[in-house]
Design a binder for this molecule. Structure first.
Ligand SMILES: *[C@@H]1O[C@H](CO)[C@@H](O)[C@H](O)[C@H]1NC(C)=O
Ligand SMILES: *[C@@H]1O[C@H](CO)[C@@H](O)[C@H](O)[C@H]1NC(C)=O
Length: 386
């Protein structure tokens, strides 16, 4: 860097050639000025990103997924445009035929499924509701990034369940699921950065995330796995033997064993995911659906590898703002063994934060967009390459 931004590297023009050299000098100054500023900013900036674990940053062949739909936006219908601001997660109440979602203005909204989709306000948490799941007593359990783990009873009353473990408060409660025995499994994406600062957690590249459990009987909160790189979506396996959870920054999902010989241990469930995984849900038909906020072929692959790129991204974030780099977002369906089955995405789709198949439709929430989307999978299936 020091060579390219040295302002004296072009020799001063001699008087006789001054006129003809003028555009050249002008160009040199205009080009080098921002470079010099950037170099100074780089030197002065105290933000010091860490290295991600090497096995996740080495180049790999893109994952092979047997079926895909790479133009999913073509068949998509928008839901609740303007009424659902950043509808991050989805909880499906089959009996009532409704879905719940949590918005960036703190509202938890209800969408009545049916021939016309009706969006209604339900409860405002005053925080940022992210992950949510239907409880066993008509309540909605919510991982609120700002407020912690909440129990919202059917009458709309909000009760705090837990907001810390081992003396360390959650900064970014994120994903949650509930086992048949009533135990809650959830993540704190970061104990260092709040939701509004989430990008800094990812740019910094140090493991501030945890997988935790909460037992409503004993009211005990336990840390099950620590040192996670942005712990995100959580799903209990249908056989109740394990918990699958996503590590967004590492583009993988891991499995925590609840019972059996491997009880208490963690192994890799699916890695080299074609994008950054957010929430994961089980569809009751043999598949998990992993939402992908951004897909392959982005600067993120390089950023994962090189801390200095993340440092520069941090400086840009602070000085200029967030460049829009996300693309090829969507959803990945995998089977119960973690094998990829179908990939739905689109070049112009991003910030998909939850995805779940309900009937014919794939419903997708978005952490950033002012609507949800759904796609009729019968009409727009993922297909094998010809
Ligand atoms: C939520 O609160 C209701 C009412 O007190 C209770 O019946 C239910 O078990 C609670 N749920 C959880 C997960 O704690
Ligand atoms: C989905 O599309 C299929 C094929 O066009 C159609 O038969 C079905 O009714 C649609 N499903 C819904 C819920 O609209």
């Amino acid at each position: 860097m020091s060579n390219s931004n040295n302002p004296t590297s072009s020799s001063p023009p001699s008087p006789s050639t001054k006129k003809s050299q003028w555009p050249f000098t002008f160009l040199t100054i205009t080009i080098s000025f921002p470079v010099i500023l950037a170099a100074i900013a780089y030197q002065l900036d105290s933000f010091d990103p860490g290295a991600y674990p090497i096995e996740h940053t080495s180049s790999k062949e893109p994952m092979y997924v047997p079926k895909r739909n790479s133009n999913m936006l073509e068949g998509v219908e928008k839901i609740g445009e303007g009424k659902l601001l950043g509808p991050e997660d989805i909880a499906y109440d089959k009996k009532m035929g409704v879905i719940y979602t949590g918005c960036s203005d703190g509202w938890i909204k209800i969408i009545k499924l049916g021939s016309n989709l009706v969006v209604e306000e339900w409860v405002n948490t005053g925080g940022r509701p992210l992950g949510m799941v239907l409880g066993q007593h008509g309540e909605l359990v919510v991982a609120d990034a700002d407020e912690g783990m909440l129990n919202i009873t059917a009458d709309g009353k909000i009760h705090l369940l837990t907001k810390e473990a081992e003396g360390l408060e959650f900064k970014l409660a994120d994903g949650v699921d509930i086992a048949e025995n009533g135990i809650l499994y959830f993540t704190d994406a970061s104990y260092k950065y709040k939701f509004k600062e989430y990008i800094w957690d990812i740019l910094e590249g140090r493991p501030y995330g945890r997988l935790l459990s909460y037992d409503p009987q004993t009211k005990v909160t336990k840390v099950l796995v620590r040192d996670l790189y942005f712990a995100n979506g959580v799903v209990v396996s249908p056989d109740q033997k394990s918990v699958i959870f996503c590590e967004t920054a590492l583009k993988c999902c891991k499995r925590y064993h609840i019972e059996g010989e491997k009880r208490g241990s963690v192994d890799m469930f699916i890695e080299n995911i074609p994008g950054t995984p957010d929430n994961v849900m089980y569809d009751g038909e043999g598949y998990y659906w992993i939402a992908l906020t951004t897909g392959q072929g982005t600067l993120w692959d390089l950023a994962l590898k090189y801390p200095f790129i993340r440092k520069i991204m941090g400086i840009i974030e602070k000085t200029v703002g967030r460049p829009h780099m996300e693309k090829n977002g969507g959803a990945l369906a995998i089977d119960l063994e973690g094998r990829p089955v179908a990939h739905y995405y689109d070049q112009h789709l991003s910030m998909v934060s939850s995805s779940i198949k309900i009937g014919d439709h794939l419903y997708c929430g978005s952490v950033a967009k002012p609507y949800m989307i759904r796609l009729n999978l019968t009409q727009h299936p993922a297909v094998a390459d010809a």
